[in-house]
Design a protein. Sequence first.
Length: 542
Amino acid sequence: MPDVNIDMIYNMKHLMTVLVSAAAMLAAVPSFAVSIVPQPVSIKENRSVVQLPQTLTFYGQDKALKSLVDVWGESFAAIASVRTGSEKKADVKLYLDPAMEEEEYTLEVSAGNGAVIKGGSSKGVWWGMQTLAQVLLQTSQGEGKPFMVPGLMIQDKPHFGYRSGMLDCCRHFFTVDEVKKYIDILALHKLNTFHWHLTDDQGWRIEIKKYPLLTEVGSVRKETLVGHLSEKPEKYDGTPYGGYYTQKDIKDIVAYAAARQITIIPEIEMPGHAVAALTAYPWLGCRGEGYEVWTKWGISEDVFCIGRESTFDFLEDVLDEVCDLFPGEYIHIGGDEAPAVRRKDCPDCQARMKAEGIADETRLQGYLLKRIEKYLNDKGRHIIGWDEILDAGVTPTATVMSWRGPEGGIRAAKQGNHVIMSPNTYFYLDYYQTSDPKKNGEPLGIGGYVPLSKCYSFDPYDKLSEDEKQYIKGVQANLWAEYIATFDHVQQMILPRYCALSEVDWSEKKTSLEDFKARVKTVMLPMYDRLGLNYAKYGFDE
């Protein structure tokens, strides 16, 4: 019997074990490229495998990055557990790179370093962490098992600096926790701005300490329209409806958003959509009496009186408190759907027009906008207004939010105003998602038809020259809540259409519609399921 080399046999067995283990790891790697929404600038993947534990150890280069770890862990607890540790032992390392732009990031996964995210600021790192969550979701092997992540390198940055979703909390009120969940959804889609609609005819939702009746009286309507406004005869539920955010609530929400790298822009409507305020303080209106918080939807002829100096005292007092609560650069002042009919019979408005040399009642609105803009500019803030402000005589420094299709934005950009594109024809998400809502079981909506494919087709630069494109600051989707009474319904209207908003805003070059939908199905719908989000399962292929 020949001599047996025990060491050789052991080494061969060990080698076979290693090869089998490596083969198993390679088999666990997805056979397709990792899908990311929104589409990154660059993604390169190789066949190496990096095993990351179910409980991830994070290292943050500084205090700000360390704070992101807790927020991420809270947001994605359904995907992975989180702890912090030393740089040497960390599975995920977070660094700042001053050579990068503010929201730019890279995500590299390699056998030697695990996952490394670098960003130009905390914002860039945060968006890289959102991408990491998508990668982990796709490489999960099941509860308690490690992630088997392919080696990859993602380089990414947003095309637009303004990426936003709006929530109307006036027609229907949403709780502090629901607003926070809305902010989480924004962050999940790499949207960096929350436009918060806080005052309207049907309810004043923000506490103003100098004017307590705004919330004591103006936040409550005696009842609410049942069904659609187009249905006759009109029916009402006979139940008082109200709610508002205290200043403590607002500070809490602002801090919550900031921790997720999101800026809040409050909207305080003027001069229209003011009936709730007029009900609380009738002297703010041209008629001076007979106001009641609106119980239905539409446009009221009762607006703030521009002729009285007391109106400006009120608005400036309100804005003082608003500016104290919201640290961002912008205040949205509305400016839309403000009929001029009351001004015709108002002696104060007529006197103002004569004193200022204003020829007609419509242009009187421009006087208010310019005066309020100057007041806010002196406080270091800037205004945003709906595209009707173009008709009232807008200043070159106002930002125009184009909602009546993209035409207002095109007009504003051509005259040199900054523009946020928010066209109803592409991004009003209270519109139906299918061509036959009743057949497809859609909940009640305001009307219209904006499927996912229509959202994705939007070109923010259409009809603009290369020089004019610089004035487009970003794209926003709006969710008006006349017919949206629950937060489940909110989610169903924005998801998955927020995926299209995200990619239109973030990705300089969109992929094909088919590729986009495939990525949404691969990563975002499973993400919604994992996080317990309610999304529309109908109309995906329209």
